[in-house]
Design a protein around this ligand. Structure first.
Ligand code: XLS
Ligand code: NI
Ligand code: NI
Length: 445
Protein backbone atom coordinates (compact mmCIF):
# COMPACT_ATOMS: atom_id res chain seq x y z
CA UNK A 1 0.00 0.00 0.00
CA UNK A 2 2.85 2.35 0.93
CA UNK A 3 4.01 4.81 -1.68
CA UNK A 4 7.42 4.23 -3.23
CA UNK A 5 10.03 6.86 -2.42
CA UNK A 6 10.42 9.17 -5.40
CA UNK A 7 13.66 11.11 -5.74
CA UNK A 8 14.50 13.79 -8.31
CA UNK A 9 18.04 14.67 -9.47
CA UNK A 10 18.89 16.04 -6.01
CA UNK A 11 17.93 14.38 -2.75
CA UNK A 12 16.55 17.25 -0.65
CA UNK A 13 16.02 15.35 2.60
CA UNK A 14 19.18 13.21 2.76
CA UNK A 15 19.57 10.93 5.73
CA UNK A 16 15.82 10.50 6.09
CA UNK A 17 14.38 7.34 4.64
CA UNK A 18 10.85 6.02 4.42
CA UNK A 19 9.03 6.64 7.71
CA UNK A 20 7.69 3.45 9.21
CA UNK A 21 5.36 2.39 12.00
CA UNK A 22 7.23 1.25 15.12
CA UNK A 23 4.48 1.19 17.74
CA UNK A 24 3.94 3.00 21.03
CA UNK A 25 7.09 1.65 22.68
CA UNK A 26 9.26 3.46 20.15
CA UNK A 27 11.04 6.66 21.14
CA UNK A 28 12.19 7.32 17.56
CA UNK A 29 10.84 10.74 16.52
CA UNK A 30 11.13 9.74 12.87
CA UNK A 31 8.69 6.82 13.21
CA UNK A 32 4.96 6.46 13.70
CA UNK A 33 3.79 5.28 17.10
CA UNK A 34 0.04 5.16 16.36
CA UNK A 35 -0.41 5.70 12.61
CA UNK A 36 -0.26 2.20 11.19
CA UNK A 37 -1.69 2.79 7.72
CA UNK A 38 -2.94 -0.74 7.09
CA UNK A 39 -4.37 -1.37 10.56
CA UNK A 40 -8.14 -1.84 10.38
CA UNK A 41 -10.14 0.24 12.86
CA UNK A 42 -13.94 0.38 12.78
CA UNK A 43 -13.99 -1.63 9.56
CA UNK A 44 -11.58 0.56 7.60
CA UNK A 45 -7.83 0.92 7.18
CA UNK A 46 -6.34 3.86 9.06
CA UNK A 47 -5.09 5.26 5.79
CA UNK A 48 -8.68 5.44 4.51
CA UNK A 49 -10.03 7.06 7.66
CA UNK A 50 -7.69 10.02 7.30
CA UNK A 51 -6.66 10.36 3.64
CA UNK A 52 -3.80 12.59 4.82
CA UNK A 53 -2.51 15.24 2.43
CA UNK A 54 0.51 17.55 2.28
CA UNK A 55 -0.18 21.27 1.82
CA UNK A 56 2.14 22.44 -0.94
CA UNK A 57 2.15 26.09 0.15
CA UNK A 58 3.25 25.69 3.76
CA UNK A 59 5.57 22.76 3.34
CA UNK A 60 7.38 23.50 0.09
CA UNK A 61 6.93 27.26 -0.54
CA UNK A 62 7.14 28.88 2.89
CA UNK A 63 10.68 29.55 4.11
CA UNK A 64 9.58 31.14 7.37
CA UNK A 65 9.39 34.77 6.19
CA UNK A 66 7.01 36.89 8.27
CA UNK A 67 6.06 40.61 8.28
CA UNK A 68 9.02 41.27 10.58
CA UNK A 69 11.80 39.48 8.79
CA UNK A 70 12.94 37.34 5.88
CA UNK A 71 12.90 33.57 5.57
CA UNK A 72 15.02 31.48 7.88
CA UNK A 73 14.67 27.95 6.57
CA UNK A 74 17.07 26.56 4.00
CA UNK A 75 14.93 25.33 1.09
CA UNK A 76 17.44 24.47 -1.61
CA UNK A 77 14.66 23.66 -4.08
CA UNK A 78 13.76 27.36 -4.13
CA UNK A 79 17.25 28.58 -5.11
CA UNK A 80 17.05 28.55 -8.91
CA UNK A 81 16.52 32.04 -10.37
CA UNK A 82 14.47 30.71 -13.30
CA UNK A 83 10.88 30.51 -12.00
CA UNK A 84 9.92 27.48 -14.10
CA UNK A 85 13.05 25.56 -13.08
CA UNK A 86 12.37 26.52 -9.48
CA UNK A 87 8.84 25.10 -9.79
CA UNK A 88 10.25 21.83 -11.16
CA UNK A 89 12.79 21.55 -8.33
CA UNK A 90 10.00 22.23 -5.86
CA UNK A 91 7.96 19.40 -7.37
CA UNK A 92 10.93 17.05 -6.87
CA UNK A 93 11.22 18.12 -3.22
CA UNK A 94 7.48 17.80 -2.66
CA UNK A 95 7.24 14.25 -3.99
CA UNK A 96 10.39 13.20 -2.17
CA UNK A 97 8.88 14.42 1.10
CA UNK A 98 5.37 13.09 0.46
CA UNK A 99 6.60 9.66 -0.57
CA UNK A 100 9.11 9.35 2.29
CA UNK A 101 6.37 10.22 4.78
CA UNK A 102 3.86 7.92 3.08
CA UNK A 103 1.13 10.52 2.61
CA UNK A 104 -1.48 9.30 0.13
CA UNK A 105 -2.48 12.81 -1.05
CA UNK A 106 -1.38 16.39 -1.64
CA UNK A 107 -3.11 19.76 -2.21
CA UNK A 108 -2.00 22.88 -4.05
CA UNK A 109 -2.87 26.39 -5.17
CA UNK A 110 -2.16 27.07 -8.84
CA UNK A 111 0.63 29.48 -7.88
CA UNK A 112 2.29 26.98 -5.55
CA UNK A 113 2.71 24.56 -8.43
CA UNK A 114 3.64 27.02 -11.20
CA UNK A 115 4.60 30.69 -11.37
CA UNK A 116 2.33 33.43 -12.70
CA UNK A 117 3.24 34.32 -16.31
CA UNK A 118 3.21 37.68 -18.09
CA UNK A 119 -0.50 37.35 -18.93
CA UNK A 120 -3.54 35.09 -18.44
CA UNK A 121 -2.56 32.62 -21.15
CA UNK A 122 1.07 32.31 -20.14
CA UNK A 123 0.00 31.66 -16.54
CA UNK A 124 -2.34 28.91 -17.71
CA UNK A 125 0.44 27.41 -19.87
CA UNK A 126 2.87 27.40 -16.94
CA UNK A 127 0.34 25.51 -14.87
CA UNK A 128 -0.26 23.01 -17.67
CA UNK A 129 3.47 22.36 -18.00
CA UNK A 130 3.82 21.65 -14.29
CA UNK A 131 0.63 19.56 -14.21
CA UNK A 132 2.12 17.24 -16.86
CA UNK A 133 5.17 16.74 -14.65
CA UNK A 134 3.04 16.34 -11.52
CA UNK A 135 0.99 13.61 -13.20
CA UNK A 136 4.21 11.70 -13.89
CA UNK A 137 5.16 11.99 -10.22
CA UNK A 138 1.69 10.85 -9.19
CA UNK A 139 1.98 7.78 -11.41
CA UNK A 140 5.45 6.89 -10.12
CA UNK A 141 4.53 7.29 -6.47
CA UNK A 142 0.85 6.35 -6.25
CA UNK A 143 0.24 9.70 -4.52
CA UNK A 144 -3.05 11.37 -5.51
CA UNK A 145 -4.44 14.88 -5.57
CA UNK A 146 -6.92 15.55 -2.76
CA UNK A 147 -7.73 19.02 -4.00
CA UNK A 148 -6.59 21.89 -6.13
CA UNK A 149 -7.45 25.55 -5.73
CA UNK A 150 -6.61 28.97 -7.17
CA UNK A 151 -4.71 31.58 -5.23
CA UNK A 152 -6.90 34.61 -5.91
CA UNK A 153 -5.73 36.56 -2.88
CA UNK A 154 -1.95 37.18 -3.14
CA UNK A 155 -1.61 39.18 -6.35
CA UNK A 156 -2.14 42.95 -5.79
CA UNK A 157 -4.97 42.94 -8.37
CA UNK A 158 -7.07 41.11 -5.78
CA UNK A 159 -6.62 43.69 -3.05
CA UNK A 160 -10.37 44.51 -3.19
CA UNK A 161 -11.42 40.88 -3.56
CA UNK A 162 -11.62 38.31 -6.37
CA UNK A 163 -15.18 37.12 -7.16
CA UNK A 164 -16.52 39.91 -4.93
CA UNK A 165 -14.32 42.67 -6.36
CA UNK A 166 -16.29 45.85 -7.16
CA UNK A 167 -14.37 46.01 -10.48
CA UNK A 168 -15.72 43.51 -13.04
CA UNK A 169 -12.37 43.18 -14.84
CA UNK A 170 -10.80 41.75 -11.68
CA UNK A 171 -13.65 39.23 -11.47
CA UNK A 172 -12.76 38.07 -14.99
CA UNK A 173 -9.14 37.51 -13.96
CA UNK A 174 -10.24 35.46 -10.97
CA UNK A 175 -12.44 33.42 -13.33
CA UNK A 176 -9.51 32.84 -15.69
CA UNK A 177 -7.42 31.56 -12.81
CA UNK A 178 -10.16 29.30 -11.48
CA UNK A 179 -10.71 27.89 -14.98
CA UNK A 180 -7.04 27.00 -15.34
CA UNK A 181 -6.90 25.57 -11.81
CA UNK A 182 -10.00 23.44 -12.51
CA UNK A 183 -8.42 22.21 -15.74
CA UNK A 184 -5.29 21.19 -13.82
CA UNK A 185 -7.30 19.59 -11.01
CA UNK A 186 -9.37 17.50 -13.41
CA UNK A 187 -6.28 16.55 -15.43
CA UNK A 188 -4.60 15.33 -12.23
CA UNK A 189 -7.65 13.38 -11.09
CA UNK A 190 -8.26 15.70 -8.12
CA UNK A 191 -11.03 14.44 -5.86
CA UNK A 192 -12.14 17.90 -4.68
CA UNK A 193 -11.77 21.54 -5.64
CA UNK A 194 -11.54 24.23 -2.93
CA UNK A 195 -12.63 27.87 -2.70
CA UNK A 196 -11.19 29.78 0.20
CA UNK A 197 -12.23 33.43 -0.01
CA UNK A 198 -9.40 35.18 1.77
CA UNK A 199 -10.26 38.54 0.24
CA UNK A 200 -13.96 37.89 -0.32
CA UNK A 201 -15.24 40.28 2.33
CA UNK A 202 -14.73 43.86 3.39
CA UNK A 203 -12.75 46.25 5.53
CA UNK A 204 -15.42 48.96 5.64
CA UNK A 205 -19.16 48.78 5.12
CA UNK A 206 -19.03 52.43 4.05
CA UNK A 207 -17.47 51.60 0.68
CA UNK A 208 -19.08 48.16 0.25
CA UNK A 209 -22.33 46.88 -1.27
CA UNK A 210 -22.48 43.56 0.57
CA UNK A 211 -25.64 42.37 -1.20
CA UNK A 212 -24.12 42.77 -4.65
CA UNK A 213 -20.81 41.26 -3.60
CA UNK A 214 -22.37 38.14 -2.08
CA UNK A 215 -24.57 37.69 -5.15
CA UNK A 216 -21.49 38.00 -7.36
CA UNK A 217 -19.80 35.32 -5.29
CA UNK A 218 -22.78 32.99 -5.76
CA UNK A 219 -22.90 33.58 -9.53
CA UNK A 220 -19.16 33.04 -9.77
CA UNK A 221 -19.39 29.72 -7.91
CA UNK A 222 -22.34 28.57 -10.03
CA UNK A 223 -20.35 29.26 -13.21
CA UNK A 224 -17.27 27.51 -11.81
CA UNK A 225 -19.45 24.52 -10.89
CA UNK A 226 -21.00 24.43 -14.38
CA UNK A 227 -17.58 24.58 -16.04
CA UNK A 228 -16.15 21.91 -13.75
CA UNK A 229 -19.00 19.53 -14.46
CA UNK A 230 -18.75 20.28 -18.20
CA UNK A 231 -15.09 19.21 -18.32
CA UNK A 232 -15.84 16.03 -16.39
CA UNK A 233 -15.07 16.92 -12.78
CA UNK A 234 -16.85 14.26 -10.71
CA UNK A 235 -15.51 15.31 -7.33
CA UNK A 236 -16.76 17.67 -4.65
CA UNK A 237 -16.51 21.44 -4.67
CA UNK A 238 -15.60 22.77 -1.24
CA UNK A 239 -15.93 26.12 0.47
CA UNK A 240 -13.48 26.77 3.29
CA UNK A 241 -14.96 29.13 5.90
CA UNK A 242 -12.84 31.64 7.81
CA UNK A 243 -14.24 34.67 9.64
CA UNK A 244 -11.37 37.10 9.05
CA UNK A 245 -7.72 37.45 8.05
CA UNK A 246 -6.59 38.84 5.74
CA UNK A 247 -9.93 40.66 5.35
CA UNK A 248 -11.60 42.17 8.41
CA UNK A 249 -14.87 40.39 7.70
CA UNK A 250 -15.03 37.40 5.35
CA UNK A 251 -18.35 36.38 3.81
CA UNK A 252 -17.73 32.65 4.35
CA UNK A 253 -17.56 33.35 8.08
CA UNK A 254 -18.17 29.89 9.56
CA UNK A 255 -19.98 26.62 8.83
CA UNK A 256 -23.46 27.93 9.73
CA UNK A 257 -23.01 30.89 7.39
CA UNK A 258 -21.81 28.69 4.53
CA UNK A 259 -24.65 26.18 5.02
CA UNK A 260 -27.18 28.99 4.61
CA UNK A 261 -25.32 30.41 1.61
CA UNK A 262 -25.10 27.06 -0.20
CA UNK A 263 -28.79 26.39 0.34
CA UNK A 264 -29.89 29.88 -0.66
CA UNK A 265 -27.97 29.78 -3.94
CA UNK A 266 -28.75 26.14 -4.90
CA UNK A 267 -25.16 25.04 -4.53
CA UNK A 268 -25.65 22.36 -1.87
CA UNK A 269 -25.81 19.46 -4.37
CA UNK A 270 -22.29 20.13 -5.63
CA UNK A 271 -20.56 21.88 -2.75
CA UNK A 272 -19.58 20.78 0.73
CA UNK A 273 -17.45 22.42 3.41
CA UNK A 274 -13.73 22.24 4.14
CA UNK A 275 -13.25 22.92 7.84
CA UNK A 276 -10.01 24.18 9.36
CA UNK A 277 -9.42 24.02 13.11
CA UNK A 278 -7.73 27.40 13.40
CA UNK A 279 -10.49 29.04 11.35
CA UNK A 280 -13.04 27.51 13.73
CA UNK A 281 -11.28 29.01 16.74
CA UNK A 282 -10.97 32.39 14.96
CA UNK A 283 -14.78 32.28 14.64
CA UNK A 284 -15.04 31.55 18.41
CA UNK A 285 -16.03 27.95 17.76
CA UNK A 286 -14.31 24.66 18.43
CA UNK A 287 -13.18 22.37 15.60
CA UNK A 288 -15.74 19.79 16.80
CA UNK A 289 -18.55 22.37 16.72
CA UNK A 290 -17.85 23.15 13.08
CA UNK A 291 -17.48 19.49 12.10
CA UNK A 292 -20.71 18.58 13.89
CA UNK A 293 -22.73 21.38 12.28
CA UNK A 294 -21.46 20.47 8.82
CA UNK A 295 -22.21 16.78 9.40
CA UNK A 296 -25.72 17.65 10.62
CA UNK A 297 -26.33 19.59 7.39
CA UNK A 298 -24.92 16.72 5.29
CA UNK A 299 -22.27 19.12 4.06
CA UNK A 300 -19.15 17.79 5.75
CA UNK A 301 -16.55 17.75 2.99
CA UNK A 302 -12.95 17.77 4.13
CA UNK A 303 -10.66 18.99 6.91
CA UNK A 304 -7.67 21.32 7.04
CA UNK A 305 -5.66 20.03 9.96
CA UNK A 306 -3.91 22.53 12.20
CA UNK A 307 -4.46 24.35 15.47
CA UNK A 308 -4.21 27.88 16.79
CA UNK A 309 -2.51 29.21 19.87
CA UNK A 310 -5.02 29.61 22.71
CA UNK A 311 -3.29 32.78 23.89
CA UNK A 312 -3.52 34.87 20.75
CA UNK A 313 -6.17 35.42 18.16
CA UNK A 314 -4.69 34.96 14.75
CA UNK A 315 -4.25 32.07 12.32
CA UNK A 316 -0.97 30.62 13.61
CA UNK A 317 -1.44 27.40 11.61
CA UNK A 318 0.43 25.22 14.07
CA UNK A 319 0.59 21.47 13.60
CA UNK A 320 -2.30 19.87 15.46
CA UNK A 321 -1.12 18.02 18.56
CA UNK A 322 -4.14 18.54 20.80
CA UNK A 323 -5.44 15.09 21.65
CA UNK A 324 -8.85 16.36 22.77
CA UNK A 325 -9.42 18.04 19.39
CA UNK A 326 -8.47 14.75 17.73
CA UNK A 327 -10.77 12.62 19.91
CA UNK A 328 -13.75 14.95 19.52
CA UNK A 329 -13.24 15.17 15.74
CA UNK A 330 -12.90 11.40 15.36
CA UNK A 331 -15.98 10.76 17.49
CA UNK A 332 -18.01 12.76 14.99
CA UNK A 333 -16.34 11.30 11.91
CA UNK A 334 -16.86 7.74 13.09
CA UNK A 335 -20.56 8.41 13.64
CA UNK A 336 -20.74 10.17 10.28
CA UNK A 337 -19.13 7.39 8.26
CA UNK A 338 -15.99 9.38 7.44
CA UNK A 339 -15.19 12.14 5.00
CA UNK A 340 -16.37 10.80 1.63
CA UNK A 341 -14.20 12.32 -1.10
CA UNK A 342 -12.54 14.55 1.51
CA UNK A 343 -9.44 14.00 3.57
CA UNK A 344 -7.14 15.67 6.06
CA UNK A 345 -4.84 18.29 4.63
CA UNK A 346 -1.97 19.54 6.80
CA UNK A 347 -2.63 23.26 6.42
CA UNK A 348 0.02 23.94 9.04
CA UNK A 349 3.45 25.49 9.08
CA UNK A 350 6.67 25.06 10.97
CA UNK A 351 7.64 27.80 13.39
CA UNK A 352 10.07 30.32 11.91
CA UNK A 353 12.86 29.03 14.12
CA UNK A 354 12.34 25.38 13.13
CA UNK A 355 15.05 25.19 10.53
CA UNK A 356 16.30 21.60 10.31
CA UNK A 357 15.27 19.41 7.36
CA UNK A 358 13.88 16.79 9.76
CA UNK A 359 11.53 19.30 11.43
CA UNK A 360 8.96 19.05 8.62
CA UNK A 361 8.87 15.28 9.06
CA UNK A 362 8.63 15.46 12.85
CA UNK A 363 5.76 17.96 12.66
CA UNK A 364 3.71 15.80 10.30
CA UNK A 365 4.46 12.57 12.17
CA UNK A 366 3.40 14.18 15.44
CA UNK A 367 0.10 15.34 13.97
CA UNK A 368 -0.62 12.07 12.15
CA UNK A 369 -0.01 10.17 15.36
CA UNK A 370 -2.26 12.56 17.30
CA UNK A 371 -5.12 11.84 14.89
CA UNK A 372 -4.45 8.11 14.79
CA UNK A 373 -4.47 8.05 18.57
CA UNK A 374 -7.69 10.07 18.50
CA UNK A 375 -9.23 7.49 16.18
CA UNK A 376 -8.30 4.58 18.45
CA UNK A 377 -9.66 6.37 21.52
CA UNK A 378 -12.87 7.44 19.79
CA UNK A 379 -13.46 3.94 18.47
CA UNK A 380 -12.95 2.53 21.97
CA UNK A 381 -15.40 5.08 23.43
CA UNK A 382 -18.08 4.33 20.86
CA UNK A 383 -17.69 0.56 21.14
CA UNK A 384 -17.02 0.05 24.83
CA UNK A 385 -18.53 2.91 26.80
CA UNK A 386 -21.99 4.20 27.58
CA UNK A 387 -21.24 7.51 25.86
CA UNK A 388 -23.87 7.26 23.12
CA UNK A 389 -26.44 5.60 25.36
CA UNK A 390 -26.01 8.39 27.92
CA UNK A 391 -26.51 11.04 25.29
CA UNK A 392 -29.51 9.28 23.74
CA UNK A 393 -31.15 8.91 27.14
CA UNK A 394 -31.37 12.70 27.40
CA UNK A 395 -33.76 12.67 24.43
CA UNK A 396 -35.80 9.59 25.34
CA UNK A 397 -38.97 11.64 25.94
CA UNK A 398 -39.08 12.18 22.16
CA UNK A 399 -38.78 8.46 21.35
CA UNK A 400 -42.46 7.64 21.83
CA UNK A 401 -45.88 9.07 22.66
CA UNK A 402 -46.51 12.80 22.45
CA UNK A 403 -42.78 13.61 22.22
CA UNK A 404 -42.57 11.57 19.06
CA UNK A 405 -45.74 13.20 17.71
CA UNK A 406 -44.13 16.61 18.34
CA UNK A 407 -41.03 15.57 16.38
CA UNK A 408 -43.28 14.59 13.48
CA UNK A 409 -44.95 18.00 13.63
CA UNK A 410 -48.30 16.53 14.66
CA UNK A 411 -48.99 18.72 17.71
CA UNK A 412 -50.29 22.30 17.53
CA UNK A 413 -49.24 25.02 19.93
CA UNK A 414 -52.64 24.74 21.72
CA UNK A 415 -52.20 20.98 22.14
CA UNK A 416 -48.72 21.55 23.53
CA UNK A 417 -50.18 24.02 26.03
CA UNK A 418 -52.76 21.48 27.17
CA UNK A 419 -50.01 18.89 27.60
CA UNK A 420 -48.03 21.34 29.76
CA UNK A 421 -51.08 21.59 32.01
CA UNK A 422 -51.56 17.84 32.28
CA UNK A 423 -47.85 16.97 32.63
CA UNK A 424 -47.28 19.52 35.39
CA UNK A 425 -43.90 20.95 36.40
CA UNK A 426 -41.06 18.89 34.80
CA UNK A 427 -38.80 16.89 37.08
CA UNK A 428 -35.21 18.20 37.22
CA UNK A 429 -32.89 16.13 34.95
CA UNK A 430 -29.13 16.58 35.27
CA UNK A 431 -27.17 17.32 32.07
CA UNK A 432 -24.26 15.23 33.46
CA UNK A 433 -21.57 17.22 31.66
CA UNK A 434 -18.89 16.30 34.20
CA UNK A 435 -19.75 12.63 33.81
CA UNK A 436 -19.33 12.87 30.03
CA UNK A 437 -15.99 14.63 30.51
CA UNK A 438 -14.80 12.05 33.01
CA UNK A 439 -15.82 9.26 30.67
CA UNK A 440 -13.76 10.72 27.80
CA UNK A 441 -10.73 10.98 30.08
CA UNK A 442 -11.12 7.34 31.16
CA UNK A 443 -10.53 6.31 27.54
CA UNK A 444 -7.59 8.62 26.75
CA UNK A 445 -4.65 6.32 27.02
C1 XLS B 1 -5.84 30.26 4.74
C2 XLS B 1 -6.44 29.07 4.19
C3 XLS B 1 -5.82 28.56 2.89
C4 XLS B 1 -6.74 27.58 2.23
C5 XLS B 1 -6.47 27.35 0.77
O1 XLS B 1 -6.05 30.64 5.89
O2 XLS B 1 -6.44 28.07 5.16
O3 XLS B 1 -4.57 28.01 3.13
O4 XLS B 1 -6.74 26.36 2.88
O5 XLS B 1 -6.57 28.49 0.03
NI1 NI C 1 -5.95 28.87 7.31
NI1 NI D 1 -6.94 26.06 4.91
Amino acid sequence: MSNDVILGKTEYFPGISKISFEGTESKNVLAFRYYDENKVVAGKKMRDHFRFAAAYWHSFCNDGADPFGPGTRPMPWLNNSNPMQKAKDKLDAAFEFISKLGLPYYCFHDRDLAPEGKDVNESADNLKTLAVLALEKQKQSGVKLLWGTANVFSHPRYMNGAATNPDFSVVTHAAAQVKAALDATVYLGGENYVFWGGREGYFSLLNTNTKREIEHLATFLQKARDYGRKIGFKGTFLIEPKPMEPTKHQYDFDVATVVAFLNKYNLADDFKINIENNHATLAQHTFAHEIQLAADADLLGSLDINQGDPHNGWDTDEFMINIYDAVYAMLILLQNNGLGTGGMNFDAKLRRNSTDAEDLFIAHISSMDTLARGLLIADDILKNSKFLALRNTRYKSFDSGDGKRFEKGELSLEELKNLAVSLGEPAQISGKQEKFELLINQYIK
